[in-house]
Design a protein around this ligand. Structure first.
Ligand code: ZN
Length: 86
């Protein structure tokens, strides 16, 4: 496994899919309950998409793949995602 970047590296892919900046959204890890901003998760960019992992337990929290005019978003590792409404 390569060294992770911080979750801010995933900002572009997430914004492309969701139309907003998710880096300040607060994610609760489904595996261990860790709570931190998406921008503070560990990002792995080496595959076909972006994988964000929990810094505490290393579980995958979020995956996003963009290609061929479609996007796939896997949030099963997030118990809840808190977004500030503006
Ligand atoms: Zn965790």
């Amino acid at each position: 496994m390569t060294s992770p970047l911080d979750g801010n590296a995933a900002a572009g892919a997430l914004a492309e899919v969701l139309g907003r900046d998710l880096t300040t959204a607060v994610a609760t890890c489904a595996a261990c309950g860790d709570v931190r901003p998406v921008g503070a998760l560990d990002a792995y960019m080496g595959g076909p998409g972006v994988v964000l992992r929990c810094r505490t337990c290393r579980a995958v929290q979020l995956r996003v793949v963009v290609g061929s005019g479609r996007a796939w978003l896997d949030l099963r590792g997030v118990r809840s995602l808190q977004l500030e409404l503006t």
